[in-house]
Design a protein around this ligand. Structure first.
Ligand SMILES: Cc1cc2nc3c(=O)[nH]c(=O)nc-3n(C[C@H](O)[C@H](O)[C@H](O)COP(=O)(O)OP(=O)(O)OC[C@H]3O[C@@H](n4cnc5c(N)ncnc54)[C@H](O)[C@@H]3O)c2cc1C
Length: 457
């Protein structure tokens, strides 16, 4: 088999890449190892980080590519590659417009979440978004999708240090596929491969793992075998807010970003709750039993947003996941933390809110640089049991801003590109809500343009 572009993985990155390439006239082959496409993208919270959109302008929210880039730099620290951040910041708005032009509908609510200085979470139904992109691919007549077909090895010409295709395994056996313009790895992360996670992040041993069933690191290992360099591998962390026993809901619940505090089993706070939920996850796993409670009152519970999965507190209440009491003492008894300590922790926190100075952890905002703190004072009071879950590995192949995969000697592996969660070096130390699904789309489109030799503008 042969195509202009061969894409490994049928998630958001794969289909964004396929559609962009097909719209530019290329023939595309998408391989998906699972019977269904979608990967982690389809099961995600559907939060996309875009800045400077018409929706934001209509709601009076001032945002820009520069502010987005600054937030990403502040979060990622020295490990986040400024060139990748710049590529994302430059191309995200056109990707938002491109999605809308293809018929993508966004929920009207805009929220601020992990790592965001202003509300920039644009929410979609994630499974519908992948279906929409796949349907648009079909109508171009240029994209062939093979499901239950796994890429096993990259075909490589060592003399030219060039990838020429892949060896795949389909329903009827092995397939040798040639790619004229390049192979794009869009095979996602490896959150479903705890052994591989443990090699890089032994601290996550007790974390819960969530993600697409096919996300075991195939693309990462195939490129690694050719000498690809890796980035951010030590930054794998669980995301805070997963209910430890809940089987219904795959997502975090982030009451802290609306004003809750997080306490450990001793009833003590342990972190500035406005930090990125990746950092909150790491702090949570260091507490006794690797667990915590988000503590909130009635007004905070009612300030959630039913359109955004991670802020849909009322749904979680209906599911019986919150523990509720008329007094803080009663709540403490139910969650088996010392009563005096929980009441003191809440009283101290309320005093910090009043004085404007959190003397213990320096919390200044609800989330990142956004939102004024709120007292926890109006019954009923609630506790949301929380631990950390690894939803994505957010690390992987080193790429340049055009999405070429770079080897350990700093040289391009010609003919090999990557996009989406398989890419490392973008998030660095922490994580902004909406930047993983966002980067899957944005980087997927960039990879298509690069493979076709088109200007990235
Ligand atoms: C529960 C959950 C909630 C999340 N919420 C958000 C959110 O709200 N916002 C956000 O920004 N991020 C979120 N994320 C992270 C985000 O969803 C992912 O980082 C992003 O969707 C990755 O997109 P992708 O296309 O790179 O990978 P995926 O969507 O995972 O697609 C990769 C595909 O490649 C296939 N594949 C793998 N190996 C092979 C192979 N050898 N051959 C062929 N196919 C292969 C897989 O089966 C899979 O279908 C969430 C993740 C989870 C799990």
């Amino acid at each position: 088999m042969e195509a202009d572009i061969l894409i490994v993985g049928g998630g958001a990155a794969g289909f964004a890449c396929a559609l962009e390439a097909a719209e530019r006239g290329a023939t595309v082959l998408v391989l998906e190892k699972q019977p269904e496409t979608g990967g982690s993208s389809a099961m995600s919270g559907g939060c996309l980080a875009f800045a400077g959109t018409e929706m934001q302008r209509e709601q009076g929210i001032e945002d820009s590519a520069e502010l987005l880039a600054n937030d990403l730099k502040q979060l990622g620290g020295t490990d986040a590659d400024p060139a990748l951040i710049a590529a994302f910041a430059t191309h995200q708005l056109e990707t938002y417009d491109w999605l809308k032009a293809h018929g993508q509908v966004f929920s009207p609510a805009l929220e601020a979440s992990s790592g965001q200085s202003v509300p920039r979470v644009h929410t979609v139904d994630p499974a519908d978004m992948v279906r929409l992109l796949a349907a648009r691919c079909r109508t171009t007549g240029k994209v062939t999708l093979l499901v239950e077909t796994a890429a096993r090895r990259l075909q490589h010409d060592p003399a030219a240090h060039r990838v020429t295709g892949v060896l795949a395994e389909g329903r009827d056996g092995p397939i040798d596929i040639r790619a004229r313009n390049g192979v794009v790895l869009a095979s996602g992360g490896f959150s479903r491969n705890p052994d591989l996670v443990r090699q890089f992040a032994p601290d996550c041993e007790h974390a819960v793992f969530v993600g697409g069933a096919g996300n075991v690191g195939d693309g990462l290992r195939m490129a690694w075998a050719l000498g690809a360099d890796l980035r951010d591998m030590a930054q794998i962390k669980g995301t805070f807010g997963k209910h430890p026993t809940d089987e219904l809901n795959n997502h975090s619940c982030l009451c802290v970003y609306k004003g809750a505090i997080a306490v450990n089993q001793d009833g003590r706070r342990f972190v500035d709750e406005s930090l990125s939920y990746k950092l909150l996850g790491a702090a949570c796993l260091r507490q006794p039993y690797g667990a915590a409670f988000q503590i909130l009152d009635e007004p905070i519970l009612r300030s959630g947003d039913n359109e955004v999965r991670i802020l849909d507190f009322e749904r979680r209440l209906e599911e019986g996941l919150f523990i509720q009491a008329d007094t803080l003492e009663g709540l403490a008894r139910q969650i088996e933390v010392p009563e005096e300590m929980l009441t003191k922790t809440v009283a101290d926190y309320n005093a910090y809110v009043d004085s404007g100075e959190d003397r213990e952890f320096g919390r200044k905002h609800l989330v990142h640089n956004h939102g004024a703190l709120r007292r926890i004072e109006t019954a009923p009071f609630y506790a949301y049991p929380s631990t950390a879950a690894v939803y994505g590995t957010y690390c992987g192949l080193r790429v340049d801003p055009a999405m070429h995969v770079i080897d350990v000697f700093g040289e391009r592996i010609e003919g090999l590109l990557a996009a989406g969660e398989v890419v490392g070096g973008f998030h660095g130390n922490a994580y902004m809500t909406g930047s993983a699904l966002g980067k899957a789309l944005v980087f997927g489109r960039i990879a298509a343009r690069t493979a076709l030799g088109a200007a990235a503008g």
